[in-house]
Design a protein around this ligand. Structure first.
Ligand code: SF4
Ligand code: FES
Length: 248
């Protein structure tokens, strides 16, 4: 396949970026999207040009680092996958593909296609944990009975990989889906109830401090989430927040 690429190039955080055109020939449908970028980078390096910086690690949909906005959609045209799981067979000969970093005030561009998503880490640090004594007194997990439905919902919430696609998809750049998944995975389990009040208050406060926008229920986050994290989690977090606010 011959494809035409328009890729965001930005020297550093303080530079003004721009779209740059590249043409690639001989692209195989079985190549992954990131492999296609690897080939382009090899070509650029052999010509003495700077390669395109993009984030990636696991390349199997686990780590959540491959934050690419492809043809205006986080992680590209296919659903329920990350950019690293996207293959070139999803495009056709002669296509023009635009590749940009995720756009959100709370995710500033560091270079080219790489954004700083440490705001998510700080939300996690504000409450995404439980405090238990692990000094030889750990209770066997199976000793605490947990309703199957709650165990399943907690598990599904925990599959959030922190990729940021929900933020990039939202017109308000809201981080409600991410934060609610991280609140829900604990709120649904007895081990998470001990610190539930502080957790939801602190995580929501940190989310606001980081500059993410408000949720206006458009549902774009759920549609673009590669892990299918449900809007139900946002409703649960709102209930948790309301109850925590009443408790003061
Ligand atoms: S909720 Fe989905 S889109 Fe948002 S960070 Fe988690 S996995 Fe990514
Ligand atoms: S590189 Fe890890 S999810 Fe894409």
């Amino acid at each position: 396949m011959k494809i035409y690429l328009k890729i965001w190039r930005q020297k550093d955080a303080s530079s003004k970026g721009q779209m740059v055109n590249y043409t690639m020939d001989g692209i195989e449908g079985d190549m992954s999207f990131l492999e296609m970028l690897d080939v382009l980078n090899e070509e650029l390096i052999s010509k003495g040009e700077e390669p395109i910086e993009f984030d990636h690690d696991c390349r199997e949909g686990i780590c959540g680092t491959c934050s690419l906005q492809i043809n205006g959609r986080p992680h590209g045209p296919d659903t329920m996958i990350t950019a690293c799981q996207l293959h070139m067979r999803s495009f056709k000969d002669g296509d023009t593909i635009t590749i940009e970093p995720f756009r959100a005030k709370a995710f500033p561009v560091i270079k080219d296609l790489i954004v700083d998503r440490s705001a998510f880490d700080r939300i996690q640090q504000a409450g995404g944990y439980i405090s238990v004594n692990t000094s030889g007194n750990t209770v066997d997990a199976n000793a605490i009975p947990i309703e199957k439905e709650n165990a399943d919902d907690s598990f599904y919430a925990a599959t959030c990989i922190g990729c940021g696609a929900c933020v990039a998809a939202c017109k308000n750049a809201s981080a409600m889906l991410f934060t609610s998944a991280k609140v829900s995975q604990f709120a649904l389990l007895p081990q998470g109830r001990v610190e539930a009040t502080d957790r939801v208050m602190n995580m929501v406060r940190q989310m606001d401090i980081e500059g993410f926008g408000n949720c206006t229920n458009t549902g774009a986050c759920e549609v673009e989430c590669p892990k299918g994290i449900s809007l139900e989690n946002i409703a649960r977090m709102n209930r948790e927040y309301l109850s925590a606010s009443v408790k003061g």
